[in-house]
Design a protein around this ligand. Structure first.
Ligand code: F6P
Length: 363
């Protein structure tokens, strides 16, 4: 029986389970294929005892409505730089790709479907170049992969952020306050920008447009003077002032990335120091944006990605990633998919339209 291994790596996001179910359902139509899942990304196959589970239609029934991933995930199992704890407690990074290839052969897997973000797809590309038959499926709430017009998870994250924003508006209004809401997105401002437009923010701060604190104070003052006694700000976790840096702390040992977060508090302090008289409160949305049930849009996108990924296995289109482009589901090479990230273009119509709606970027 031909076999395919599915895994989810990096941060989770709503829609992962819909991809898994899509693969399993499509594979079942072929009758002779078997689908397996590796628990916690590559850990399931690399660690002893191994954790590989058989994914059947019964096991995956109805999971598309559930957030998270039934396969669990981690951002600390990169087989190219696998973190190994040494006897003295230090961590060293070793290349485990040969071991991975050997174990995949022992299991007689004909293909691997790697569902993950930019970091995971760079791993997919490296594994493919080492001869492992990999197909990538893009996921991330950040929407920062350039080869696909949208990643699943993003729509749900924007909906969650918008729901929270709406709640902050009513309390801002009651107390005549400035409310700062910090959202995720790493170095891309997609979640912040979409939430600001959907919610009707006065100010939106994104990494792609460094802000001028004096302009922000002026804008807030004007709004209070004009009789609107409250201001709602959306700030992306990677946003930075014109003179300054992003707010980041070192990631945990072996983690893929530094940790962002806390920029809302930084902005609040900067506003006060620059003379903002209004009362300010800060909300850091954090991981709620990654949780919960996927929106219908994300369920559809993720399900189509799952079906397509399996069809690419059937046609042996290895070294490719599923993509959503020009309103259709297609594929791109992992090479192209990992070349650059997708950032908000400050000259785009989206930014122009946001400005047209009166949103300030503090620039
Ligand atoms: O890449 C997705 C993301 O949610 C980012 O928006 C955020 O910076 C990061 O992951 C948080 O990662 P962790 O789950 O490791 O805190």
């Amino acid at each position: 029986m031909p076999k395919v291994l599915v895994l989810t790596g990096g941060g989770d996001c709503p829609g992962l389970n819909a991809v898994i179910r899509g693969v399993v359902k499509r594979a079942a139509k072929e009758r002779n294929w078997e689908v397996y899942g590796s628990i916690e990304a590559f850990n399931g196959i690399l660690n002893e005892p191994q954790e590989i589970i058989k994914l059947t239609k019964k096991r995956t029934a109805g999971i598309h409505v559930k957030g998270g991933t039934i396969l669990k995930t981690t951002n600390k199992s990169n087989p190219l730089q696998y973190p190994q704890t040494m006897p003295d407690g230090s961590i060293q990074f070793i290349d485990k790709t040969d071991e991975l290839a050997k174990k995949l052969n022992q299991w007689e897997f004909d293909a691997v479907i790697n569902i993950g973000g930019d970091g995971s797809q760079r791993i997919s590309k490296a594994l493919f170049e080492k001869g492992i038959p990999v197909i990538g499926v893009p996921k991330t709430i950040d929407n920062d992969l350039s080869a696909t017009d949208m990643t699943f998870g993003f729509h749900t994250a924007v909906q969650t952020a918008t729901d929270s924003f709406d709640k902050l508006v009513t309390t801002a209004e009651s107390h005549h306050r400035v409310m700062i809401m910090e959202v995720m997105g790493r170095d891309a401002g997609w979640i912040a920008l979409h939430t600001a437009i959907a919610g009707g923010a006065e100010i939106c701060l994104i990494p792609e447009i460094p802000y001028d604190i004096k302009k922000l104070v002026k804008r807030i003052d004007l709004r209070y003077k004009g009789g609107k006694g409250f201001v709602n700000i959306v700030i992306a976790e990677g946003a930075k002032p014109k003179q300054g840096d992003i707010t980041a702390t070192a990631g945990e040992k072996g983690s893929e990335h530094v940790r962002l977060g806390g920029v809302a508090f930084k902005l609040s302090k900067q506003l006060k120091e620059a003379g903002c008289k209004a009362e300010i409160r800060e909300t850091v949305l954090g991981h709620v944006q990654r949780g919960g049930t996927p929106t219908a849009f994300d369920r559809v996108l993720a399900s189509l990605f799952g079906v397509k990924a399996f069809e690419m296995v059937l046609t042996k289109q290895f070294g490719q990633m599923v993509a959503f482009r020009n309103n259709s589901i297609t594929q791109v090479s992992l090479d192209e998919a990992t070349r650059e990230n997708n950032y908000v273009n400050r000259d785009s119509y989206l930014i122009k339209a946001a400005r047209g709606l009166g949103i300030s970027f503090g620039a």
